[in-house]
Design a protein around this ligand. Structure first.
Ligand code: PEP
Length: 254
């Protein structure tokens, strides 16, 4: 598939996988995806498995991501993890502002922007999640939500930092529900986000940003979603927990 930007497929394992299970999964992916060069492949295990997974993927095309980090560099923040600690395990990406964190931990756009700044300061690439709830979509507020979340979650970033940020458009109603946005709905939202980036930064920055789709991505719907001009990859939850389905998503995106 010829794309303007290199696709990036990331697996968000959420609060799943013990260290032993994580190693089983990543070893299987290493075998299945050994020769894939066309797509950036990222796995985001829980913090507790980062060390072992990091060692297991050393000689592979798979890159490591974390699921969250603190906006602060060091200090009295019980239970938090700093960017520099992630770097110790060769983490390259960090998911920020996932809708589950926006919902359960009440993360705000301003906090997510602080985390994105801290990630860039440590040369980590943030994967910043945005997306509307079902009630917001049904009320015709999808664009209004994105108009708030996109500038709010990227506030203070330079053009260069934005170009190195991945945005994940994840309609909340499609996450873990088996309901996928139609290809038309995904493309429309992605094009809208890219238009916002052009307004907020500039056209050439907007063209460089990779925008992933997330929400019940499966091997069967990958090809069609990835064929959309503004869809530059996927953030995958449930289907990233099995070797077969995640490997097939990556292969079907090529
Ligand atoms: C996610 O949580 O980022 C996600 C997209 O989950 P799922 O693929 O299970 O819908």
């Amino acid at each position: 598939m010829k794309k303007e930007r290199k696709l990036i497929i990331a697996g968000n394992w959420k609060m799943n996988k013990t260290v032993a299970e994580a190693l089983g999964l990543v070893r299987g992916l290493k075998i299945e995806l050994a020769n894939v060069k066309e797509v950036d492949i990222v796995v985001c295990p829980p913090f507790t498995a980062l060390s072992e997974v990091s060692k297991a993927i050393l000689d592979s095309v798979i890159r490591l991501g974390a699921q969250n980090m603190s906006p602060n560099p060091v200090g009295a923040f019980t239970g938090e993890i700093a960017a520099v600690m992630l770097k110790e395990f060769s983490v390259r990406y960090v998911i920020l502002g996932h809708s589950e964190r926006r919902q359960y931990q009440k993360e705000s756009d301003a906090l997510i922007a602080q985390k994105a700044l801290a990630a860039h300061a440590a040369s980590l690439k943030p994967i910043v999640c945005v997306g509307e709830t079902l009630a917001e979509r049904e009320a015709g507020q999808t664009e209004k939500v994105l108009q708030t979340q996109v500038p709010g979650s990227l506030a203070g970033l330079t053009r260069e930092q934005v170009a190195e940020t991945i945005i994940a458009y994840e309609p909340v109603w499609a996450i873990g529900t088996g309901k996928t946005a139609t290809t038309a709905q995904a493309q429309q939202a992605h094009a809208f986000i890219r238009g916002l980036l052009a307004q907020l930064f500039d056209e050439s920055t907007a063209r460089r940003v990779r925008i992933q789709y997330g929400g019940s991505v499966k091997p069967a719907n990958t090809r069609e979603l990835m064929a959309q001009p503004d869809v530059d990859g996927a953030l995958v939850g449930g289907a990233s927990l099995e070797v077969r389905s995640f490997a097939d998503i990556v292969k079907n995106s090529i």
